[in-house]
Design a protein around this ligand. Sequence first.
Ligand SMILES: *Cc1c(COP(=O)(O)O)cnc(C)c1O
Length: 402
Amino acid sequence: MDRSTPHPQTPTVATSSVLPEGASTVGLSAWADIDLGAISANVAELSRRAGDADVMTVIKGDAYGHGLVPVAHAAVAGGATYLAVAQLTEALAARAAGVTAPILTWLFPPGADLVAALRADLTLSAGAPWALAEIAAAARATGSPARIHLKVDTGLGRGGAWREDLAGMLVDAARLQAEGVLDVEGIFSHFASADAPGDPSVRAQQEVFAAVLADAERAGLRPRIRHLANSAALLTNPSSHYDMVRPGVSIYGLSPVPDIGGPTHFGLREAMRVTARLIAVKDCPAGQGISYAHLYTTSQDTRLGLVPLGYADGIPRHASNLGPMQVHGRRYTVAGRVCMDQMVLDLGADSPAQVGDEVVLIGREADGEPTAQDWAAAIGTINYEIVTRLGPRVPRRYPEGA
Ligand SMILES: *Cc1c(COP(=O)(O)O)cnc(C)c1O
């Protein structure tokens, strides 16, 4: 593999389409209102719970579907002092859009344009010797030290260096720091099962992390920012807070531990509200099969409502006959198959619903509405996936005081 020539042009990431402030929803099939005030308030609440630790908010995946750039600003307004994304492309997109807060990125392949990353004042994660070497080369090319966070695999079994393999990297990093090539600002790791607070792996990973910090010190490194806690650890395990916590899902008002408590339990508020309009309403006789493969059959003379969202918009096809929605305050479940662009509700014979009426797909737990957590529970996944997969065909609105 030729690692000497960086990619000439770093690809950009797509973010969802955004409606101008105050834009009407008349004529829209569906839309997602993102309450940035809720995100700021959630970050402030998480910061309070984190005690002395600073807050790095995770805004990867287009801020879990909420919109990278608006969320970056809202998080900083709520007290976040650091932002984090997965892909380098996401970090560059945030910078290009004027986000000035420190940003950590932990996913880039060999040959990525790290010179561009350093010129954009990004903080790079180094979890393998090749990454450390490429960062050092890029730093030499720019003439100023690269700010890095060393990434350790304390037992997740995913990214980062095992403790044994980090030993050599610590020596190299200490030397490069002494030469003025690197600033080893941070060191971090990630939990496998922080959402199961009693799981023995949680304590075991913390013990490895503590050992790694001692290794670093022996190598002459004392990174200023040690961080380990995702949302679940932040909310359930204060001993994991260290210098900085690294919440993602909770800043969006979603619980990482729904079995322990929902957002209200943790003083958080859901930021995403997804609404669609009934695009057709019609009478339907009893005994009619509904949608592809007729997985549902009407049991009485009824009225059908057509919801113009489908798996192209991120509605899971697995939510066929399962996904919860609300019309005029009444709960319904998807009738039959979720199609690419549409799905059907059996509204009942006495429904007052008319074409154009609103359908709540994702609302607030506190208001008794269907939530991302309800969709997740219905199909056996996690709330993270429900909000993150909401597609770009659903425009985002950022109403003031939503
Ligand atoms: C996604 C991610 C987080 C955020 O996790 P949440 O469970 O959403 O709080 C933190 N750290 C790393 C390394 C991640 O990949």
